[in-house]
Ligand binder design. Structure first.
Ligand SMILES: Nc1ncnc2c1ncn2[C@@H]1O[C@H](COP(=O)(O)OP(=O)(O)OP(=O)(O)O)[C@@H](O)[C@H]1O
Length: 321
């Protein structure tokens, strides 16, 4: 199987019926009332959902059964090599160290991290400023490589991959939501959301429809032609979320997603991520120092001074689903 075929197997659709709750929340939040008109008679599909033509369900078992890379030289943790019925982790960090050079001296930002992350988790990584959260997120998101130890992404050792392969996996598998939004200042809202689709060489007409659809989901249909500088912080964050969802990635990594937002917008964004996790089955990984976020977590990883201090499993009650 080629890398393209493997990635193709992971490309999934946004399930329209499952998105309705998110849309309804968005409608409530922004005081819009025309969302119902988008539904067909059964109330289950959105007429204009450009993601609904795909034929695969979101949670695809292929995701846990295939390595990213069909390369004999890559260390593999194939299902057959795992004893019993234990699931194969989507992401696995094995004794990971990150050491930054500081002039003559070295600084170890991560010191022997061991962590397994499974498909469908809502993982919250909590820790004080400087504890290594962003460094950890960069490694989980294949944006950086460890100084020592190994990062496996769906059983493939990422350090064995060419940068071009890593970039491709990042582009198609992982939606990043950063504190700084990372929007391109010279591109308007629509163009920013179109960017990853163009990178993926999506057909221009479909790409336009997808971008418009996502801006509708995040309540910014009327801001398509605004530049980032003409948006509020919360609106920029919502554009960043729309862009991160454009290629429908199965994994969403967020670094302080509510960082500088007012509490209403922050809550809306968290509810939206929660909905993507609980209803769409997307794996959500958030690094933060905000204790408020733990109410959404299925697991909490506490990090301090570059080490995992403790890991807590969370049992969700009905009200938090
Ligand atoms: N490129 C770098 N060079 C040197 N030191 C770095 C570099 N990046 C991060 N560090 C150091 O590594 C440590 C961990 O940084 P990191 O950004 O991961 O922390 P954090 O937990 O995300 O902090 P915050 O919550 O303030 O964003 C800090 O002491 C930081 O100063």
């Amino acid at each position: 199987m080629t890398l393209t075929e493997i990635i193709g197997a992971f490309k999934t659709k946004l399930n329209a019926s499952n998105l309705l709750n998110s849309l309804e929340k968005a409608a409530d939040f922004y005081g819009e009332s025309d969302i119902d008109s988008e539904m067909d008679d059964s109330g289950e599909t959105l007429k204009n959902n450009p993601y609904s033509s795909s034929d695969s369900a979101f949670v695809n078992n292929a995701f846990v059964n295939n390595a990213f890379v069909n390369n004999a030289s890559v260390k593999s943790l194939d299902a057959e090599n795992v004893s019993g019925n234990r699931k194969v982790p989507l992401i696995k960090l094995n004794d990971v160290w990150k050491i930054y050079q500081m002039g003559e001296s070295d600084f170890a930002a991560l010191r022997g991290i061991n962590l397994e992350i499974y498909e469908g988790e809502f993982l919250v990584v909590l820790g004080p400023s400087g504890s290594g959260k962003s460094t950890l997120m960069n490694l989980i998101g294949c944006l950086d490589l460890p100084s020592r130890g190994t990062v496996f992404l769906n059983s493939g050792d990422i350090s064995e991959l060419e940068e071009s392969e890593l970039a491709r996996i990042r582009g198609q598998m992982i939606g990043f939501i950063f504190q700084s939004f990372n929007l391109i200042p010279t591109l308007n809202t629509l163009e920013n959301v179109l960017l990853p689709l163009e990178f993926q060489e999506e057909d221009p007409h479909t790409a336009q429809k997808k971008a418009a659809y996502l801006l509708e989901i995040v309540g910014l249909s009327d801001k398509k032609h605004n530049l980032p500088s003409q948006l509020s912080g919360g609106q920029r964050q919502r554009v960043a979320i729309a862009r991160s969802l454009a290629v429908n990635p199965p994994v969403i990594l967020a670094d302080e997603p509510t960082g500088n937002l007012d509490s209403k917008t922050g809550n809306y964004i968290l509810e939206f991520l929660n909905s993507l996790n609980k209803k769409e089955g997307k794996t959500v990984i958030i690094v933060t120092h905000d204790l408020e976020l733990i109410k959404y977590a299925t697991r909490i990883v506490y990090i301090r001074d570059g080490r995992i201090e403790k890991v807590e499993e969370c049992i969700l009650d009905e009200g938090r689903k």
